[in-house]
Design a protein around this ligand. Structure first.
Ligand code: CAA
Length: 249
């Protein structure tokens, strides 16, 4: 099988890190489809046109990753239009930061549903096709804060830590079946998500990064590109930290 035949689905594909991953995988010859939330249809159309203008042919597909039924429908439609998914990057994520004392039930639930349950909702719907093909590459985009916790992110840290639990388990289930499953844990990356933080809080955190700078989305994309490539045939179940030295474990 050549890489040009491989279908890569990136959830949250029109976001800050998602965009860089989509572009990198398109450059590497995959047939890339960027998932977005149904409410982002207009933004997704503009995103697709912008990518085309920059020389990237990337399709988009709507689907709420927090809904199992929506994911089942989206994957069925994608299979019909592009064929089965060979490469899956679970990148969709949100923040609802607050101290635990002030955290609403809705903020807890939203983050767990979108960041963690999404991994089940999407992966469950592509897993059997990967088993049937004896081939699959899955990367879960977690966070440094899933490894070390973060003041104001109990919901986010719980979801991101949970993602790696899924990775380690699925890596074992997929290992003899040609499927690798890995986590990439970004540190603080230049995206709308980190820009939304209070400037003083973000600057205080970035001052503690040994590399003294935030990461670039492309630096996450290159880690993903390696893990899903034919250069990687034996790495599975790992948590690849891409955080400028912020947390070394
Ligand atoms: N450790 C200990 N105490 C802290 C603290 C810390 N890191 N940060 C703040 N505090 C203390 C403050 O000094 C303050 O104390 P007093 O009440 O005694 O004055 C108290 O906690 C309240 O602090 P804030 O003023 O910050 O509280 P707030 O309600 O205004 O803000 C918050 C809360 C929005 C969660 C804010 O703390 C915050 O933005 N935290 C950072 C969250 C973060 O890192 N988000 C990352 C988003 S990007 C992302 O998630 C991508 C990724 O994967 C990295």
């Amino acid at each position: 099988m050549t890489t040009s035949a491989r279908v890569a689905l990136v959830t949250g594909g029109i976001g800050g890190i998602g965009t860089a991953i989509c572009q990198r995988l398109a450059s590497d010859g995959y047939s890339v489809v960027a998932n977005h939330h149904p409410s982002e249809q207009e933004a997704a159309t503009a995103w697709k046109n912008d990518r085309k203008g920059a020389g990237f042919e990337i399709d988009t597909i709507a689907g709420d990753v927090s809904s199992f039924d929506d994911c089942a429908k989206m994957i069925a439609a994608l299979k019909e239009s592009h064929g089965p998914v060979s490469v899956l990057v679970n990148c969709a994520g949100i923040t609802r930061d607050s101290t635990f004392k002030k955290m609403e039930n809705s903020s807890w639930r939203a983050v767990i549903d979108v960041n963690l349950s999404s991994v089940f909702n999407i992966t469950r719907n592509v897993w059997e096709d990967m088993l049937a093909a004896s081939y699959g590459r899955i990367v879960n985009i977690s966070s440094v804060n899933g490894q070390r916790g973060q003041f104001g992110q109990s919901n986010y840290a719980a979801a991101k830590a949970g993602m790696h639990g899924v990775t380690m388990s699925l890596a074992q289930e997929g290992a003899a079946k040609g499927i690798t499953v890995n986590t990439v844990s970004p540190g603080y990356i230049e995206t709308p998500m980190t820009l939304a933080m209070r400037d003083d809080v973000r600057e205080a955190i970035v001052a503690t990064v040994p590399m003294r700078r935030m990461g670039r989305p492309e630096e996450i994309a290159s880690a993903v590109a390696f893990l899903v490539s034919d250069d990687n045939s034996y790495v599975t179940g790992i948590n690849l930290q891409v955080n400028g030295g912020l947390f070394v474990h």
